[in-house]
Every structure is written in C-alpha cells, then in structure tokens.
Design a protein around this ligand. Sequence first.
Ligand code: GLU
Length: 408
Amino acid sequence: MIKDIVKNLEVSSTLRINELSKELESKGKKVFKFGFGQSPFKIPEDVIDELKNNAFKNKYLPMQGLPELREAVANYISNKKNYNYKAENILVGPGTKELMFLLQMLFDGEVILPTPSWVSYEPQAILGRNKVHWIETRRENNWFPTSNDIEKIILKNEKKNYLLLLNSPNNPSGQICENLDEISKIIKKYNILVLSDEIYSELYFTKNYKSISNYCPENTIISTGLSKWCGAGGWRLGYFIIPNELTRLKNSLKVLASETFSSVSAPIQYAAIAAHQNDHTNYINKSRKILKLVGEYVYNNLKSNKILINKPQGGFYLMPEFLDMKYKSSQEMCSSLLTDTGVVLLPGSDFGFSKDKLITRLSFTDFDGKEFMDNLPEKQNLDNSLVDKFAPKIVEGTKRLKAWVESK
Ligand code: GLU
C-alpha cells in the first residue's frame, strides 16, 4: 500500500547521521560530529526574548506569513539586492525544506542539479515526479556548473520548463559561485526558473559575495531563513522570496501551503521580526570570523598529496577527496573511518557524486559557538590557539582523520 516512489527512498542522510552520532555518543563512544550541519552558535538574546514575549500568541496567522515579518524580511533583503521586494513577495514556511518540497509538487518540468547538491533536492524532485538532470562540475570551477553545461541540457529539448538549483555558499562544497554573470545570461536567454538556496548567504568569508538573484531576480526564487545565520535550525523557520514576475507560481505555492502546514508557529514568526529588524551585524561578523578560522584550520591541516580540498569560502562545510585509498565506495570509507576513529563524515554519493569517487562532506561545527563568540578578541588577525582552546573536538577529529589517512 505504499507508493513505489516512496518505497525506494531512504531517510535523509543528514538527519540520519545526526541521530546516529548522538546515539553512539550516548553509548559512550567518542564521536567527532562532522556529519550533520547545524549552527554551533546560540540564537541572539534579543530574538530569544521576543519568543518568550510572544509565547502566549495562540491564534493561526495568515497562510502566507505574518505581514510584519514579511515586511521586515522584504526590507532586509531589498537592501542587499537590486530588486524592490515587498511583503507580498515573501512566503513564510516551516523551514525552507518544506517550501522546496511544495515547489517540486507544483513545478511541471525538469530539474537541473549540479553535482554536488544538498541531499534533499533530488528526493524531493523524485517525489514531485520531475525528471532530474545532474551536471558534473569541476573542482577548478569551484564545483559549480558553467553556462555551457546548463545550455547543453536545455538544448536537448528547448520546449520543456526547467528549474535550476543553485546554492552558494554551497552545501557540501563550502564554495562560492563565481561565474554568475555567464550563468545568468543562459537563464535569461531560455527564461528558466531558478531556485537560489541562499540559506548560508550571511556566512561568506570572501569579499563581494553575490548570488544569482543579484543578476536575474525576475527568474529567481530566493530561499533563506533563520536556520544558519541565526543559529535557529530547530525553530524551523524559512522563507521564499518570490519576484512579481512569478506571482502565479507564488499563488499556487500558497494553495499548497494552506493545504499542508496552514501557517507557521505564531510565536516563532513574532520572534523572527526581531531577527530582521534589530541590528545583528556584530553577531554575524563574529560568526563569520569564527567559521572562517575553524574552516581554514581544518583545510590547512588536512590538505596533502592524499587529500584534495578547496579552501572554504562560506558556510559550514569542506569537501575532502581522498586519493590512493582502497575502498570501493565513499559510503564504505566513511563507515570504516567512523569505526576506526569516531570521526563522522558523509559520503559524496549522498550529494550526487558517483559511489566510487572517494569524496566526502565534512561539517566543521562540532564546537561550542557561544563560548567561542564570548571569548573572541577584537583584533583582526586571529590565530589557531583560539581553535585549540574553543574547538578542541575539531582539533582532535582533524588529527585523527589525518593520521587515519596516512596509515592507509
Ligand atoms: N542542512 C543541514 C545539513 O545539510 C541539515 C538540515 C537538513 O538536512 O534538514 O546537514
């Protein structure tokens, strides 16, 4: 009595690894939780206060989201983009994952996914019965597709509708897309729809970060929320920012929202107003500095002639590729690494790479972000003694991973 498309799916690997890591830890195993990707930082105090102040709000809110929150999000985002978003352009959901799922439900066409892509994009496209085209990307191009790669797929059948997923800073590669201009030309030429997953967009480490929504806002749905920059993954609050040109699509999404989650938890929406209206520049800058320091620590200590990695440019992740290892699959290698060392990584096959490519995702968030942030010195150049002191599991896990690779 279960549909075949569901029977063939497994639970999401990110959530599975989070639960497995905790279970092993509770059984007394020393585990380095480099599998799941969630913010190590606490939610800013003023945002928590607003949640407390609004805990009594018990009425359903509008389907599209609280108007004051949508207005605050629209103002916040319009300051960063060359598009004047209004409250009506925002759709609030219980995390962006649910909104992405609803988008796949309503979208009638084919989906273009760069390898690597976050674990849930493909299963959601399958559930929406949309054909998936994977694009192989290259390390030299920061693991993002070129405009030619995208055009080749479109030219197979120009009559179809296409939905391109772009995620920069990227999960799992930790890289930023730098060829946005050429990609945007193809998007405009064929008028394709883009879902720009910008959930890590506050957490870049490079100068002049831009996303595809800066180049072709009319074709782009921006997907973002509180989970990453505001340390509030467990609150499950995300938004789609949908331009006027895609109003029909927005209205259909609203129908699906109303038939599924109804409206998002009221107290959390009120608290989210504070997240956007109050100034969190200092909190975000500190988060960036710490993540950059920790990410570069892992990168510098791991890269070798047996481990290829690109320097992290944003978000929580690195994507180490292991050479000269005698494993048949990245899955098998990750299992063996966990048994031998307690270090948890996710296999590249969960992100669209072929099973035999020994590439993995490493999340460098296994540290107490509050303690690190409270003790962060004001000076510009931070040194690794801070990582030793405030991220000891990152240091130990990196050391174990390196020694394991060298012993093979
Ligand atoms: N985005 C996080 C990750 O990739 C976890 C959230 C999720 O997968 O639902 O690890």
